[in-house]
Ligand binder design. Structure first.
Ligand code: SAM
Length: 252
């Protein structure tokens, strides 16, 4: 193991300890309020529309935590697996699955740096509220691992904090790790970035407080340029290049 790999393993150990401590209060601290629930529902609705999952497709929620997204998508009929480094976060996820009697979702402990799957396993992989907690070098290693387990032509949807949220709000939120356009380029240089989708334009929450329906309509409709860059979070949708073989069979 080289020094960079050793550092990433150490970083994983620290995060595992952090989230083991956090697991029992993770959801209640962030998503128990009306606004928190609205944010969760809006994120899952946008992801569901974006992923357009077909019945036979294999879907992975990477760093699923308490299964917020995996459970939300499973409730909408998507069959999905979730992996996470932290066993205790997954216990909370499994409790939700039992409560809701879902049969189409499963969870496994795994480090995103070395996923326990063969090459070309998944059609689509989604990862929410994960990359912003990682140093860039680790983001890069994980995108490479994602590209390995994604099928050729498969899609990866990863959420980041937008630096331009609410017109340069980043200046007032230095504690939030954001992604700059040049970093998107460097991170996904072996994939094709096909879309950038905004989540939670500042002000949408305020509208939702007055009328949840109006907030949802606004949040779901203002996901494209330039609102995507002004939103708090941005989903990068990147495609794995099709293989040489699939190009050949398509006659290209
Ligand atoms: C902020 S939480 C996000 C959880 C979930 N995706 C959500 O949106 O609620 C970050 C998650 O990343 C997990 N994590 C941290 N490092 C990881 C790694 N190297 N591999 C897999 N999961 C990791 C943590 O255990 C934690 O559950």
């Amino acid at each position: 193991m080289n020094i960079a790999e050793q550092e990433m393993e150490n970083y994983s150990r620290v995060k595992n300890a952090d989230y083991t401590r956090e697991a029992d209060v993770y959801d209640s601290k962030r998503f128990a309020s009306d606004l928190g629930r609205f944010y969760v529902d809006l994120t899952n609705a946008i992801l569901y529309d974006l992923l357009q999952v077909r019945k036979e497709e294999k879907i992975l929620d990477l760093a699923t935590g308490t299964g917020r997204v995996a459970v939300g998508l499973a409730e909408r009929g998507v069959s999905i697996s979730g992996v996470d480094l932290t066993w205790k976060m997954l216990q909370r996820a499994k409790e939700k699955v039992e409560e809701r009697k879902l049969k189409n979702v499963s969870f496994h402990v795994a480090n995103a740096l070395h996923l326990p799957y063969k090459d070309n396993t998944f059609d689509k992989i989604v990862s929410i509220r994960f990359f912003h907690i990682l140093p860039f070098v680790m983001q890069k290693a994980i995108v490479r691992e994602v590209a390995r387990v994604l099928k050729p032509g498969g899609f990866f949807v990863a959420e980041f904090n937008s630096p331009f949220a609410g017109l340069f709000l980043w200046a007032a939120r230095r504690d939030h790790q954001v992604i700059w356009p040049r970093q998107i380029k460097a991170l996904f240089n072996e994939m094709i970035v096909v879309k950038k989708v905004g989540i939670m334009l500042p002000g949408v929450g305020r509208v939702a407080r007055m009328s949840r329906k109006a907030g949802e309509r606004l949040g779901r409709s203002l996901t494209f340029f330039p609102f995507n860059h002004l939103s708090n979070q941005i989903l990068i949708v990147a495609k794995n290049p099709a293989s040489v073989a699939s190009h050949a069979s398509a006659g290209l």
